[in-house]
Ligand binder design. Structure first.
Ligand code: UDP
Length: 261
């Protein structure tokens, strides 16, 4: 193996290994309501990441000692599928998944009007089917849309993005190689409507100026992603409304659940 510094992540034209500019996001697409059994769901593809989020609740928390008499308890569970990475990942929770579940739960609790649902639990399942760095933010982004799909009242859907440093330059939305060989990775998420930052971590080191540059880029990206979330919801619910208006008959005795094209 060569030294880390020999891995060139930005070429002489300033382009990254996947051809992106320093402040460019990977392609993102969001689909709402992909599961019929959960109260809300969403699927996101974000570069090489593929993540499903599903929501149940609010429903009475059980066992009873888990209830909080003044608010809903938000339980997010982040899980990486065994087949989501090159080296088969040992199934089940590990230290990393436990940490990510905790910070996502805390972020979601900051946007949901939890005080409206005392003694209940809101369960959020995040399943990473394919990982290529940035999965915690992709998961949180999808989970926020799934919560909206479930009709859970909140301040706004959380949106975010990571930024970091590769080859000495601050860049947006690191992919796997950049994450592995770069100098810093800063996952970041906020509530767009209020500007409140609800997730912020840093792996590696940045100067203060670099950190500010990273946050500025991530904030812009989050606002863009916030629009994608909204559009994804509108796409689902305007389609449902159209069906209602035209009183479209379910085809072939199908129960009327969303047909996917
Ligand atoms: N990863 C992996 N195996 C693991 C955990 C992570 O291959 O057990 C990869 C995966 O592609 C992940 C990336 O490392 O997306 C970066 O992981 P990190 O902990 O920084 O979280 P993320 O950037 O996905 O939020």
């Amino acid at each position: 193996m060569g030294m880390v510094s020999e891995v060139k992540l930005i070429d002489e034209n300033g382009l990254r290994i996947d051809g992106r500019k320093f402040n460019e996001l990977r392609p993102i697409s969001i689909e709402v309501g992909i599961l019929n059994r959960a109260d809300g769901s969403a699927y996101i593809e974000w570069g090489g990441n593929k993540v499903i989020a599903a929501v149940y609740g609010p429903r009475e928390a059980f066992p009873k000692h888990t209830q909080n008499p003044s608010k809903a308890v938000v339980n997010a569970r982040y899980n990486m599928a065994a087949f989501s990475v090159d080296e088969r990942k040992r199934p089940g929770p590990d230290r990393r998944a436990t940490e990510i579940s905790k910070i996502i739960s805390e972020a979601l609790e900051a946007t949901i009007f939890v005080e409206q649902f005392p003694r209940t639990a809101i369960d959020v399942y995040i399943e990473v089917l394919q990982a290529d760095a940035g999965t915690r933010i992709a998961g949180l982004t999808a989970a926020s849309v799934a919560l909206a799909d479930a009709g859970i009242p909140m301040r706004d859907m959380i949106a975010g993005c990571a930024a970091g440093k590769v080859d000495g330059k601050v860049v947006l939305d690191l992919n796997k190689e950049e994450d592995n060989y770069g100098q810093a990775d800063v996952p970041f998420a906020l509530i767009p409507r209020t500007g409140e930052v609800v997730l912020l971590q840093m792996d590696g080191n940045l100067t203060r100026a670099e950190f500010e540059e990273a946050i500025e880029m991530s904030t812009k990206a989050a606002m863009f992603i916030s629009n994608l979330q909204r559009e994804a919801l509108m796409t689902k619910y305007s389609r449902a409304e159209e069906r209602e208006e035209t009183k479209e008959e379910p085809k072939n005795g199908n129960s009327g659940e969303d047909a996917h094209e």
